[in-house]
Design a protein. Structure first.
Length: 329
């Protein structure tokens, strides 16, 4: 009945796809990001299952957990209850898929372990730095997924292979696979370089006297050198959020548009708070996310407009942040 799973190319998306692949006996996968769905760059029909991405109108099943995607449906006049699949505001999409099927499908215990890891990783739910940096099966596989190679096709082949073996093997077994370990150790080496890049690009806006939001401004760079923004927490452990801002590359060329990615830190998550990063992106009308993380894009027509837009966005994000801090949504 279903021939393909279209899913997000991160840990949560891979685990969601592995669950669906096991349940519906599917061997074909397509990995992408939410912007590709929003721009209708991916052809999707009723034979496709879509996971951890915005709703694509003609898909056969849709599983998601992002509040903004639900708001988008309502804005379009679509009743979420009319869509086959399931939407729930859970820590991960994998949790949505798991809870939707576990009453009607006998799922091996290894999937529950995978879903718990997806919850932790996607919501960045760690007690402290030691908990985050511990070499667990989930962290090993997550880092293997995060590794960005120069050959995009090679990474997509790896994700397809990984999703397939997740349907038959445990996370612990897979974390010891030579192919996974090689990517994991390469990612660890890259993290050291990333950390140095982050320290050079990190700052705080003038209004942020308590240094609550680390700003990693990558707009001065003319190369697409990747970073894992969460590494900023190692340099600024008392900060509550990390915001990366950069110029996306299109067709190999740097654009003047702005891409933002923001997430809460462990320091923030250990406190009682009313902050919601996804809501910040939605209020800016540039993107979406959930309480712990969100992303968006701001189009610009010139470098001057980009610089002005960047200043405006950073100021507005901080203003909304402080409103949330005071309990105002």
């Amino acid at each position: 009945m279903y021939r393909r799973i279209v899913t997000h190319d991160d840990f949560d998306g891979v685990i969601s796809a592995a669950l669906c692949a096991y349940i519906y006996s599917i061997e074909q996968f397509y990995f992408t990001g939410p912007r590709s769905i929003g721009r209708a760059e991916v052809t999707i029909d009723e034979r496709d299952i879509v996971c951890d991405l915005p709703y694509a109108g003609s898909c056969g099943l849709w599983f998601d957990h992002h509040a903004g995607n639900l708001e988008e449906l309502r804005y379009r006049g679509i009743d979420p209850e009319s869509i086959p699949g399931s939407f729930r505001e859970e820590p991960s999409c994998a949790r949505v898929v798991y809870e939707h099927h576990r009453a009607s499908t006998e799922l091996p215990g290894r999937f529950e372990i995978m879903v718990v890891e997806a919850d932790r990783i996607d919501s960045f739910d760690y007690r402290d730095v030691a908990d985050w940096r511990r070499e667990t099966p989930g962290r090993i596989v997550d880092n293997a997924i995060k590794l960005r190679s120069l050959d995009r096709r090679e990474r997509l082949n790896f994700l397809s292979w990984l999703t397939g073996i997740l349907t038959t093997d445990s996370l612990e077994t897979i974390s010891g696979n030579e192919r996974v370990l090689q990517r994991y150790h390469t990612m660890l080496e890259q993290e050291e370089v990333m950390f140095e890049r982050i320290k050079m690009d990190a700052s705080f806006i003038d209004e942020d006297r308590n240094k609550e939001i680390v700003i990693i401004d990558r707009t001065r760079h003319n190369r697409q050198d990747p970073i894992d923004k969460q590494l900023a927490f190692l340099a600024f452990p008392e900060s509550d959020a990390i915001l990366e801002i950069k110029n996306p590359f299109r067709g190999g060329r740097k654009s003047v548009d702005l891409a933002l990615s923001m997430s809460l830190t462990m320091h923030c998550n250990q406190q009682e708070h009313c902050r919601d990063v996804g809501e910040i992106m939605r209020r800016l009308n540039i993107g979406d996310g959930h309480a712990g993380a969100g992303a968006g894009e701001f189009p610009c027509s010139s470098k001057t407009e980009m610089e002005q837009g960047k200043k405006h966005l950073l100021h507005t994000i901080y203003t909304i942040w402080k409103e949330m801090d005071n309990g105002h949504m």
